[in-house]
Structures are given as structure tokens and as C-alpha cells.
Design a protein around this ligand. Structure first.
Ligand SMILES: Cc1cc2nc3c(=O)[nH]c(=O)nc-3n(C[C@H](O)[C@H](O)[C@H](O)COP(=O)(O)OP(=O)(O)OC[C@H]3O[C@@H](n4cnc5c(N)ncnc54)[C@H](O)[C@@H]3O)c2cc1C
Ligand code: SF4
Length: 624
């Protein structure tokens, strides 16, 4: 049987950081990832932060990968504007939260996980190979057995079993390793959010101009109020290089209380006039092909139009980007910007004149995705280990989600470094006992400033937030939070109040902080009273969920990775509405599953026998 020192299960940002850090220590590790390519199963909002807490130390992405991260990593934009919007119908009131975004931060970059994790994988694999390790994609870990000698045997659907001394479980929120090993029970709806996202294409020049940015900078917009359709949570819109990530994150229990299709919640954002205007673009719309033409001719036309539209999009995208224009000219294909524009016009004329294509104002959706997110305040593992297995990132239920603060990526990377350091120490002493390995890691994670942020309100952060909202008339807030606002408005009282609040503990405070008043009612009132009117110049043509699923890439598996346990349970009946891709239907009072459209979000996992698909199978996200 093959033997390795360490196995890392899961190649998301956390698992990859663990692999890189272990090779930084000169240790051997293999990383097993279910997706056919690293990055194909990962999604995020997402802003990747690097932090510098006033107290304590965190391990940032650039500490793991070195300066090359800042020079070469394919992040999208450095977020320099962070704005919270209160919405009510066509009214919108905006609060600048850039100071809150910059709080204790070195930077925050917008990122797309497929590209970014691909880059992390390349760097982590290169280092790992020097020590006899590496990354094996397309492998689904199905079982872990403990040996009497204290080592573990890893079994997969694809490879021969092999033996390791320690395991880092980075297999995400729906961690099978946690279930197989019995390390923790499944997270409950009270401990989770459901995140749903679409990636919208938008040329670079338009992003820069519309969001009032410089070439490299980016903007983050958050939304509360009526766009939530009365759910607890909110929406986000982050600018990437030449796309925009737009989505929603809601408390799973609030969705169970008032089931609404995940796509309806995203669509509510898309339909908001302020947001529609931010994402609008010129979009080709095909004309009808003359049905009286011979079948072959109809096919030829369809093919020609598809090819021309593709060329038009590609050339337009390049021509509307500083680097793209330079590349086109450098390649010798075009000798000037005028020549590029001429070619674009000629493709466009051909499309309109020859094939009846019209050019409309609309938006251009590229990818639909969803995933559960663990609420670290409620579900982080108090002891994130089990025997010789250390849990990191989403698998350990860790992440900071406090109002506008949304941080899972940086927390997972910090955990991964702590886990890798603990494993390296254990390898040096050849001691993988719970006391030496697990307890050491658990202690290290407990000391992380991120853990503090999952437990306590940070008064300095809160002050920034309250200062940003200082123009909101006190009477709106006082009606709902009278005493709290009085206490928080005074510097001295605020310190005392927060001390008291932190003694009370998050469990008792959260129902007040995370309520319908906070996410829905107060923002609606603010928008109604103070908001400016926004008008949209068009009505977005939103794809149906069937079209969205048809647009996704899958490597279909004929075997279902999910088994329904009780087809009549109330929870499963709600999945008919809450599955983001409508995999569930109800027939004769029984819930039926059609697994092919599954995007592996985990929403139905609580009451199903839920596994990730076999290696290489299932969803293949292109953006993430
Ligand atoms: C809509 C949305 C918005 C978000 N916004 C932000 C944000 O702005 N900022 C932020 O910091 N965080 C954000 N987050 C959270 C953040 O994306 C996650 O915390 C982070 O991606 C988790 O990384 P991970 O490596 O722990 O897990 P994952 O990225 O889920 O990786 C787990 C990996 O394990 C693999 N795997 C699972 N089981 C097995 C198995 N048995 N065998 C082999 N491989 C397996 C999976 O294929 C996957 O690649 C957001 C999340 C969502 C969904
Ligand atoms: S079947 Fe379950 S895991 Fe798959 S997309 Fe639907 S809710 Fe998510």
C-alpha cells in the first residue's frame, strides 16, 4: 500500500493553502480534489481579504504564497469603495461603508474562484512536488479508516487505498469527512446561510466608467430592504475585471420559514432599477429564421449567426479593455483602435443586415451558482479535530458573517496555515495523538483573532458602522432600537454597553441584531424617507431557471449522489422550492429527485444521504 505523510481532502482555497504551507515547511502532502480540475467546484461572492488585526496575528494569503501573489495572482479588482444601499421599490438610500471595509485590512480583492483556485493550485502543486506530494484532481474520498497504529487508510472511488499519518479536512461546508469520521453532526438551518449568485458579463471600460473607478480599482455594493423579499440577509454586487458578481445570502432558517425560490431572490436584485442600470449592456438578440427555408439552410444560418455573435462578443470585450486593445494591436491583427472598431461595426452590420439580429439594452448573464455558507458565530467546531484529522475553513464551520462583514476565504486560509503548522510539528515528533496534534491546532485556532470576531462584537468596527449611518434620522432607528441607539451614540456608554453585550453573549444578542427590523423594515423605511428615485431604462430579460441550468456545464453521472430518506417530510417538501436548480418535484405527495441538474449546494443535505458526486462528475463551474 502506498504511504504519504499527509492527505488534504478538498482543493478549495483552504485546502490549497494547507498544501502550500506544508511544502513551505518541507513536508510531504497530497491533496485530493473531487472536481476534474481544481476550482471547478468552488464558488464565492467574493472578496478575499488580507487583514492586520490590532490584537493577535492572522496568516494572510500573501504570507502563504509570497509576494508573487500580489504581482501575479489573477484577482479581479482591489475593492476601494464599499457601499450599503437601503432599498424600497424604486427608491434607494446609500451609506458609504468604505471605512468599515478598510478596518484592520491590508486589502480586499474581488475574486472568481475558478481562476484564483487554479492559480493557487499551480503554485501549491509546484512546491508540493519537491517533497514527493502534489494534487490529484478527479478523486472523491469516500471512506477513512483508522489503523491500530494511529495512521489512517484513505479510500476513494477512483484510486487504490493508501495510508497517511495525518489528514487535513478542507472539504467544505457539506464535509463528508466530518460525517464519515463522526467528528460533528450536520449543520442545522439555524447555523447556515444559503448563498446564490450570478456572474454578469460587462466590458471593462463600462465597469470603470459606470462605477466611477480607476483601471484596477473595484466597488462592492451591498443591499438590504425590499430586495430581500422579507428574508434575513441581503444582496451583494462586486465588480470584477470584466464581469460583475451579483448575489444574495440569506439565513437558511428564514428561507425555511418563508420558502422562496433562490432564483426569485436573485431576480429581485436584478429587477431593482438601480441594479438593472448598473449591469445593463448592449446585447444581440437573434431574429426568427425563415421556417420555409430548407432544413439545411436553416442550420447553416443558425451556425453562422452563432459564430458571428461569438466573434462580436470576443472582439468587443477585448476592444473595451485597455489591455485587450493593446494585445490586439501588439498581435499585429489590427494596426489601430480605428481598425478594431471598423471590424466590430462590420460584424455588427452583417448580423443586422444579413441575419436580422437586433441589438438591445439588456444584461448578459454568464453563470448561475449556489452554495451553503456556515455561520461561524453559530456553528464553528469548538474542537476542530477528530483523532488525526484537522478541520479547516467551511468544513470546520468557520467564517465571519456580521452585518456587512463577509469573510470566509481569509478565515479558511488562516485555519489552513495553523493546521499545516500543527501537522508539521507532529511530523517532526512523529506524534499524531489528539493531545499533541489536535489540541495544539485547536488552541491555535482559538487564539486566532478571527475566532474572537466570531464570538464578540468589536466596538471599534461598530463605531465605524454607526458613524457611517449618522445621517439617518434617529427617530427611524429609535423606533426599533431606542435603548440600543441611545447607548451606542455616546462614546463612554458605547464601551460599557458593548462590554455588557459581550457578557450577555452572541447567542442572546443575535436575534436582535439579525432580525426582520435590521435587514428589511428599517432599510425600507430609510429608503422611503431619504431615498432617491432610480429609474431603469429597460426591463432585464431574466433567463428561466431551465435556461440557467442548460447554460451550466456538467459531467453527468448516471448514479445519483443524493438519496432522499423520507420523501414525505416537511423539510423535503420545502426543497421543491428551495433547491436552487429545481431538482425536486412533488408527485402524489412524494418528493422526487432528478439529480442531473444538481449544483452541489448542499441545501437538501440535512435530510438526505448526501455525498459529493464521484470524481470528475457533476457541476463544473466556469467562474465560481
Ligand atoms: C454566495 C457566496 C458569497 C460569499 N462571499 C464571500 C466573500 O465575499 N468573502 C469571503 O471571504 N467569503 C465569502 N464566502 C464564503 C467563502 O466562499 C467560503 O468560506 C470559502 O470558499 C470556503 O472555502 P473552503 O476551501 O473551506 O471550501 P470549498 O471552497 O467549498 O472547497 C471544498 C472542496 O472540497 C472538495 N471536496 C468535497 N468533498 C470531497 C471529497 N469527499 N473528496 C474530495 N474532494 C472533496 C470540493 O469539490 C471543493 O473543491 C461566500 C460564499 C458564498 C456561497
Ligand atoms: S439537489 Fe440538493 S444539493 Fe443539489 S442543487 Fe438541489 S438542493 Fe442543492
Amino acid at each position: 500500500m502506498e504511504k504519504y505523510d499527509v492527505a488534504i481532502i478538498g482543493g478549495g482555497s483552504a485546502g490549497l493553502a494547507a498544501l502550500k504551507q506544508l511544502s513551505n515547511h518541507g513536508k510531504q502532502a497530497v491533496l485530493l480534489e473531487a472536481g476534474n480540475k481544481v476550482g471547478s467546484k468552488n464558488i464565492s461572492g467574493g472578496i478575499l481579504y488580507s487583514k492586520k488585526p490590532k490584537r493577535g496575528h492572522v496568516n494572510n494569503v500573501e504570507d502563504v504564497y509570497g509576494d508573487v501573489f500580489l504581482r501575479e495572482a489573477p484577482f479581479e479588482r482591489k475593492v476601494t469603495k464599499y457601499i450599503l444601499h437601503a432599498t424600497s421599490k424604486d427608491k434607494i438610500y446609500s451609506i458609504d461603508l468604505t471605512k468599515a471595509h478598510e478596518y484592520e485590512a491590508n486589502f480586499g480583492y474581488s475574486v472568481l474562484m475558478n481562476k484564483l483556485n487554479g492559480w493557487f493550485a499551480q503554485h501549491a502543486a509546484e512546491s508540493a512536488q519537491k517533497f514527493g506530494g502534489g494534487i490529484i484532481p478527479g478523486v472523491h474520498v469516500s471512506s477513512i479508516e483508522s489503523n491500530s497504529s494511529g495512521t489512517s487508510i484513505i479510500k476513494t472511488d477512483e484510486l487504490d487505498e493508501f495510508e497517511v499519518k495525518a489528514i487535513i479536512a478542507a472539504d467544505g461546508v457539506n464535509s463528508e469527512v466530518a460525517q464519515i469520521s463522526g467528528a460533528r453532526s450536520k449543520f442545522t438551518p439555524q447555523q447556515l446561510y444559503q448563498g446564490v449568485k450570478v456572474v454578469v458579463k460587462l466590458p471593462e471600460d463600462i465597469i470603470v466608467e459606470r462605477f466611477n473607478l480607476s483601471a484596477q480599482d473595484g466597488a462592492a455594493h451591498l443591499f438590504a430592504g425590499d430586495v430581500t423579499l422579507n428574508h434575513l440577509g441581503g444582496g451583494f454586487l462586486y465588480t470584477n475585471k470584466n464581469t460583475v458578481s451579483l448575489g444574495v445570502v440569506y439565513h437558511f432558517d428564514s428561507l425555511l420559514d418563508n420558502p422562496t425560490e433562490p432564483y426569485t431572490l436573485v431576480d429581485s436584485m436584478l429587477k431593482n432599477p438601480f441594479i438593472s442600470e448598473l449591469i445593463k449592456d448592449e446585447v444581440p438578440s437573434r431574429g426568427q429564421i425563415d421556417k420555409s427555408l430548407p432544413q439545411e439552410e436553416q442550420l447553416r444560418i443558425r451556425f453562422a449567426v452563432t459564430k458571428l455573435i461569438k466573434s462580436w462578443y470576443e472582439l468587443r470585450e477585448a476592444s473595451m479593455s485597455q489591455n485587450g486593445r493593446a494585445e490586439l494591436i501588439k498581435s499585429g491583427k489590427y494596426n489601430s483602435i480605428e481598425a478594431i472598431n471598423e471590424k466590430l461595426s462590420s460584424i455588427r452590420d452583417q448580423l443586422t443586415d444579413k441575419y436580422g439580429v437586433s441589438f438591445l439594452t439588456d444584461y448578459n448573464e454568464a453563470e448561475y451558482s449556489a452554495k451553503l455558507i456556515p455561520d461561524g458565530k453559530r456553528c464553528r467546531m469548538s474542537k476542530p479535530y477528530h483523532n488525526n484529522i484537522l478541520f479547516v475553513g467551511d468544513a470546520a464551520g468557520r467564517g465571519i458573517f456580521v452585518g456587512p462583514r463577509i469573510e470566509g476565504l481569509n478565515v479558511g486560509i488562516d485555519d489552513a496555515v495553523r493546521a499545516a503548522d500543527a501537522v508539521a510539528r507532529a511530523l517532526d515528533k512523529n506524534n499524531f495523538s489528539q493531545d499533541y496534534l489536535g489540541e495544539y491546532y485547536s488552541q491555535s485556532v482559538e487564539e486566532s483573532p478571527y475566532t474572537r470576531d466570531m464570538k464578540q462584537i468589536d466596538k471599534d468596527y461598530l463605531k465605524i458602522f454607526l458613524d457611517a449611518a449618522k445621517d439617518v434620522p434617529k427617530d427611524i432607528l429609535s423606533a426599533k432600537y431606542g435603548t440600543i441607539i441611545k447607548l451606542m451614540s455616546s462614546g463612554t456608554l458605547r464601551s460599557v454597553a458593548i462590554k455588557l453585550a459581550n457578557i450577555l453573549g452572541y447567542e442572546r444578542l443575535l436575534p436582535i441584531i439579525e432580525s426582520e427590523d435590521t435587514y428589511v423594515k428599517v432599510p425600507i423605511e430609510i429608503a422611503e424617507r431619504l431615498g432617491k428615485k432610480a429609474t431603469a431604462s429597460y426591463k432585464p430579460n431574466i433567463p428561466s431557471i431551465a435556461d440557467r441550468v442548460a447554460n451550466l456545464k456538467y459531467d453527468d453521472d448516471n448514479v445519483s449522489h443524493i438519496k432522499v430518506l423520507d420523501s414525505k417530510s416537511d423539510f423535503m417538501k420545502k426543497m421543491v422550492t428551495l433547491c436552487p436548480t429545481e431538482c425536486y418535484t412533488i408527485e402524489n405527495e412524494q418528493v422526487m429527485l432528478q439529480h442531473e441538474g444538481c449544483i452541489e449546494c448542499g441545501t437538501c443535505s440535512l435530510e438526505t444521504d448526501w455525498k459529493h458526486p464521484r470524481g470528475e462528475k457533476g457541476i463544473v463551474f466556469q467562474y465560481g
